[in-house]
Structures are given as C-alpha cells and as structure tokens.
Design a protein around this ligand. Sequence first.
Ligand SMILES: C[S@@+](CC[C@H](N)C(=O)[O-])C[C@H]1O[C@@H](n2cnc3c(N)ncnc32)[C@H](O)[C@@H]1O
Length: 200
Amino acid sequence: MPKPYTPNDAWSRRAAKEGYRARSVYKLMELDERFSLLKSGMTVLDLGCAPGSWMQYTVKRIGLTGHFIGMDVQEVKPVEGATTFVQDIMDIQGVSTLLAKQNIHSFDLILSDLAPSTSGVKDVDQWRSIELSQAVADIAERFLKSDGICVIKVLRGADFDSFLKQLKHDWGSVRTTQVEASRDRSKEIYVLLRKTKGRR
Ligand SMILES: C[S@@+](CC[C@H](N)C(=O)[O-])C[C@H]1O[C@@H](n2cnc3c(N)ncnc32)[C@H](O)[C@@H]1O
C-alpha cells in the first residue's frame, strides 16, 4: 500500500494543520501583510490557482461582497465563494473570451503563482517562468483597473533582468520582493506591478 503523504517541512505541516491545500498560502499571507493587497469587496483574478490555497485565503479576505475568479490548466476542487475555470493562461484570447462571457471587464487585483511543469533543466524552467510572467503582464495590461496591483511570481534566471527592465519601461510602478516561505528564496521572486493613473 502506498504510504500516506506526510508534509516534511514546517510550512507544509502548518498548512495541513490549518486546513490549507498548499504551503504557498503563507507566501500570499506575507505579501498581503506587507503590501495590504486584499480588501473586502475586491474583484480578484488568480492565475495558476490549483490546488487552491491562495483561493481559500483570498475568498476569506474579500468576503461575501468580493468576486474571485481562478484559472488553471488543472481542475481545482471547489471553494465556496470562488469561480474557477480550466484555462491555459498562455492563450490570452481564450482568457479574454472567457471573461467576456462572464461579463467581467476588470480586476482590482491580479495574482499569479504560476509555475511551469519542471523540465529538470534549470535554464528551460526559468525561461518558461518568464514566458508565463509575460503572459500575466499582458493580461494585467488588459484587465487591471487603474491603481490596481498585479503580483507575479517569477523564477529568477538569466532572462530576469531584461524582463524586469521591460516591465519598468511599460509600467508606472514596479517593485520586487522575496518572502520567507519560499522553498528556494534565491530563485523565487515576486514582482508587484501597479497600474498608475494616466499610464497604459
Ligand atoms: C505553484 S502552483 C499554484 C499554487 C496555488 N497558488 C495555491 O496556492 O494552491 C502553480 C500552478 O500553475 C499552473 N499552471 C502552469 N502553467 C499554466 C498555464 N499555462 N495556464 C494555467 N495554469 C498554469 C499549474 O497547473 C499549477 O497548478
């Protein structure tokens, strides 16, 4: 018989104890505490939402008056208050069509904890992470409200600096940060884009 899954690090054990589906929830909690991301009544888009720990935390923070849309290439177990879709976010036209069908035109906050399926080749994984992050920035360009924030997790590699330079050119405000709960703090970096009024 296969052994039952036992979380083997402190963050995973804490997540299991507190009923969250993944340890990554503590990354979002830390970002929320530091940057006051989530508020009651917000409309939030979560890209790469499976298995759903960010979704569990976010629906609690935005409350009954908030709206939560999640997308992932994988099916996600439902969470009350959240609407999710199986959707490849690299297909930006597909994302746009799906949101139009839902009559959703903009978000206060866009979150991305997207991670490419690992190839085993470090440079390839980091390049795919940049590709996904570029798609998120394109989605944010179309769907983020003025003064809204977009949070993107990126695996830092050789292409990161030129990606960041482009973002700084295109966006009014760009910040980068790391969080305590990342397994590998040297590689995982969070980019925060704010759509400042009058830009884009
Ligand atoms: C680290 S997990 C996200 C964890 C999630 N934030 C949570 O708290 O449960 C990354 C997710 O990105 C998804 N993903 C990767 N590429 C994708 C794509 N092109 N479109 C949509 N989802 C994608 C994966 O299926 C995976 O579920």
